[in-house]
Design a protein around this ligand. Structure first.
Ligand code: ADP
Ligand code: ASP
Ligand code: MG
Length: 405
């Protein structure tokens, strides 16, 4: 007898019919004799709808109140699934994050899980019940409801699997696994049977939202066997594993992209020690995360400094940078929020030269100008104009031979 944690995402519980289908699947697993903890997202679109309501009340909603409200989407789906399971003769009980006691820190809207009390879950499992837990949420030391960041139900599932030492954690979604790139952008994308944690972490952090990055971190840290599968079709999905891919010839495993970035440049900055700190210090003080950074020296002993931030922080960052520009007597600030970051990822890159030049040549052949470049051992990222996103992804996908056979 095994213990599984199954997580179903928004589209998988997007209607009454879909929730009924999830109940049938769950019942089958129970009837086969395995124990099951089910984690659910809110119905698709619900979290966005709730955030929209909040913004009508307060331009920048109070984060404590926001969390209290946006956590309700999941409360609805878990209760509905539990009702249905009981209706079809499969004993079940639903819990919110607070009821389980998924203890988090108090960083509203992006809380981190500190501890999970598994007592109630264990008792229910022993009594033969399916336990249905609301994803995306927890509670802090003071009893405030917190949420774990967008896509956070993945993390709830993996954290529960780790706490319960489950045999496997299955993430059921609207695609049948992890693909070489988002199949919505490149229909020729190929499903991967396996991907390493290291690669999945890069893919997630570079914008592939099929798994929330924290869920992958958690699974890697606590050795959770993690699989991504379709809730609509049968199949083995994609296993996230420690082993390197059998196909050693695959230099690149996937292409990720991120539409959420924006670029800021300050030109004609006096080239003196401490300049990077003077520019990025105030940005960090405003709690704005910086992603890519490039500094260039001009002939006249001044420097140009470019960095990217999340699009949500774009206007705030621009205001801060305008003030810094005046302060430092720099030439000017230019800002562009119509950029995207496209990245190629693969552990095979480590042992092969020439990957970067293939990437740059491919983009050049398509007439795509590269605005920024960043590399690490297993990834190369470029910033390009947003209008080239699809073209860049598809041409790189083909250049690295990632299409379906
Ligand atoms: P859920 O609501 O089930 O959590 P998400 O929308 O969060 O689903 O994640 C699934 C989506 O992730 C897919 O529909 C797909 O468009 C997108 N996606 C992005 N990159 C990839 C990738 N490399 N492989 C598979 N899906 C991807
Ligand atoms: N409902 C939340 C969101 O839309 C959490 C999740 O689906 O994982 O971000
Ligand atoms: Mg998701």
């Amino acid at each position: 007898m095994a213990l599984y944690v199954y997580k179903f995402g928004g589209t998988s519980v997007g209607s009454i019919e879909r929730i009924k289908a999830v109940a049938e699947r769950v019942k089958k697993v129970r009837e086969a004799g395995d124990d099951l903890v089910v984690v659910l997202s809110a119905m698709s679109g619900e979290t966005n709808r709730l955030i929209g309501l909040a913004k009508e009340m307060q331009a920048e909603p109070n984060e404590r109140e926001l969390d209290a409200m946006i956590s309700t989407g999941e409360q609805v789906t878990v209760a509905l699934l539990s009702m249905r399971l009981n209706e079809i003769g499969c004993p079940a009980c639903s819990y919110t994050g607070t009821q389980v006691r998924i203890l988090t820190d108090s960083s509203f809207t992006k809380a981190r899980i500190k501890e999970i009390d598994d007592t109630r879950i264990r008792t229910d499992l022993t009594e033969g019940k399916v336990v249905v837990v609301a994803g995306f949420q927890g509670v802090d030391e003071d009893g405030n409801i917190t949420t774990l960041g967008r896509g956070g139900s993945d993390t709830t599932a993996v954290a529960l699997a780790a706490a319960l030492k489950a045999d496997e954690c299955h993430i059921y979604t609207d695609v049948d696994g992890v693909y070489t790139t988002d199949p919505r952008v490149e229909p020729k994308a190929r499903r991967l049977d396996r991907i390493t944690f290291e690669e999945m972490l890069e893919m997630a952090s570079l914008g592939s939202k099929v798994l929330q990055i924290r869920s992958v971190e958690f699974a890697g840290k606590y050795n959770v066997a993690l699989r991504v599968l379709s809730s609509f079709a049968e199949g083995n999905g994609t296993l996230i594993t420690y082993e390197e891919s059998q196909m050693e010839s695959a230099l690149i495993s996937g292409i990720a992209f991120n539409r959420d970035e924006a670029k800021l440049t300050i030109t004609g900055v006096p080239d003196l020690p401490g300049i990077a700190y003077k520019i990025l210090g105030p940005i960090a003080d405003a709690n704005i995360e910086v992603d890519m950074i490039v500094q260039n020296i001009a002939a006249d002993a001044t420097t140009d400094f470019t960095f990217t931030v999340h699009r949500n922080d774009f206007l705030r960052a621009k205001t801060i940078l305008d003030a810094i520009c005046a302060d430092l007597g720099a030439r000017k600030v230019s800002a562009d929020n119509n950029i995207v970051k496209v990245s190629i990822v693969g552990v095979g890159m480590r042992s092969h030269a020439g990957i970067a030049s293939t990437m740059f040549k491919t983009l050049a052949n398509e007439g795509i100008n590269i605005q920024m470049i960043a590399t690490s051992e297993i990834k190369i990222s470029v910033v390009v104009d947003e209008k080239y996103l699809e073209l860049a992804v598809r041409s790189l996908h083909s250049a690295f031979g990632l299409e379906q056979a």
